[in-house]
Design a protein around this ligand. Sequence first.
Ligand SMILES: [Zn+2]
Length: 177
Amino acid sequence: MTKHSLHSLLLMACCALAPSCSAQNEPSNDEPAATDSTTTVNKSEAEWREELPHMACFVLREKGTERAFSGEYWDLHEKGTYQCAGCGLALFDSDHKFESGTGWPSFFKPAEGSAIVEKEDDSWGMRRVEVTCSACGGHLGHVFEDGPRPTGLRYCINSAALQFVADSTAVQGVRYD
Ligand SMILES: [Zn+2]
């Protein structure tokens, strides 16, 4: 085997790692998933459009914002984990959710420090800090400094960017970190 074809194979194996939000609709005839723990999910925008529901795609891939009080999770009080709707990475925990009155799910801290990426966002004439998923790069929402104690932070997240998994149905033994 040439060096070049080995490289191609490795690339294909990496792509096969990406968990899909609509995996149940696809034949699973890909190579077996590698056990490598890298969580970087790379898909083309066309693939995302095909796989994600309209609102999730609008938020995650186009940095859209759902209307306040329109999402699935702003008023949810169940115990569980909020995962990225794009790639399944655990992002927020119900223990850190609070009533912000904004109409968007709000958390005072992420489930794990490394699960999200924060970067400055100057769009719409405002200086805000954008929050994205560290694994797939999907846009989640913004973080503001007017949250409750102990962090003083308010992660204002779109429901459409999240997938809630109640504690009772959480899959045991699956780790995304
Ligand atoms: Zn993600």
